[in-house]
Design a protein around this ligand. Sequence first.
Ligand code: PLP
Length: 379
Amino acid sequence: MIYLDNSATTFPKPTAVRKAMNDAVTQYGANPGRSGHSMSIRASEEIFRCRSEAASMFGVSSPDNVVFTLNCTHAINIVLKGLLRKGDHVVISDMEHNAVVRPLYALKERGISYSVAKISEDDPDETLASFRDSLKDNTKLVVCTHVSNVWGIRLPIERITALCHQYGAEVLIDASQSAGMLPLSMGDIGIDYLCTSGHKGLYSPMGVGMLITSKGGRLNTFIEGGTGSNSAMFEQPDIMPDRFESGTQNLPAIVGLRAGIKFVTSITPEKIHAHEIMLLQNLYDRLAENKRVILYTPRPDMLHSGGVLSFNIKDADSEVTADYLNTRYGIAVRAGLHCAPLAHKHFGTEKQGTVRVSPSYFTSIRDMAVLSQAINSYK
Ligand code: PLP
């Protein structure tokens, strides 16, 4: 199979990730942070190493500010439900995933409102103006994805963060589609909350994500329970990261995440990004020659794009095209709305959906050639 659905989850995972997970299960698979014996201590140490490496990768000073979650959706929910109160207003971009939109829609019942800022795919000043126009006196939080999971459009998060801080709003960046590919220092940019999956560009297995905060444990938590710390207390501990990490941690996935982070940093995010953009440019140029193919966004480049490209074949249902590629050619792409209906509304593709191609570091130029031949032979 030619796997081009890496925005959903990367496949294959690097050998080092698989080995690290195997070691965790076979050599020291005890419950981390719960017991004083050597296996449990080793498990805790491995988790701490992952925390430290994530903190340094994303530019926060303390490993304690890295909270391990189930996935990015869980991390986003912790911030939205822990921070927002009745009367608060939130601004989101029109590229946001349902991981953001659905919790906010549900929070309307608790008196929390939100506005959607329309981004411009080619003019960052227009994007900024749109955010500025959406901000209100009671805007507590701005949520913005770094890279659209449908269109690959890269949003100017540095400028958006600076603008929102001027207006007194905090900023949550959804780095699901950029972590491991675009440089992202929370300290340098001033991001308040960074939420990401591990299983996409950080090449971890599924079952782990991260919430990284610049401020520590100011948020309320919606999960309470055992942390292995302060066990005599009935109150949930205030200390980070324990406040948000009740229950047994996913040791094999976190150990796999550490190996994934090491894999990415050893190659460097810049090289991975350059590789994926080179592949998408190659595909874009091939598809641009086919008059039946609709390309919605400008040609991908390092400055404006992440590793995602969406297209359609005329008015063919995107699911039909994806099924054809899968069954006839063994090519895995994703069709439909990609859990981001607002992003489809932006380009008017909410009925047809799009066929999304997302390579990884393991994708080759030959894969792009096979894909474009398959598309060109579509009747
Ligand atoms: N945000 C974006 C931009 C995504 O692309 C995704 C997943 O595709 C998510 C959030 C949710 O990530 P997870 O499935 O890890 O919760």
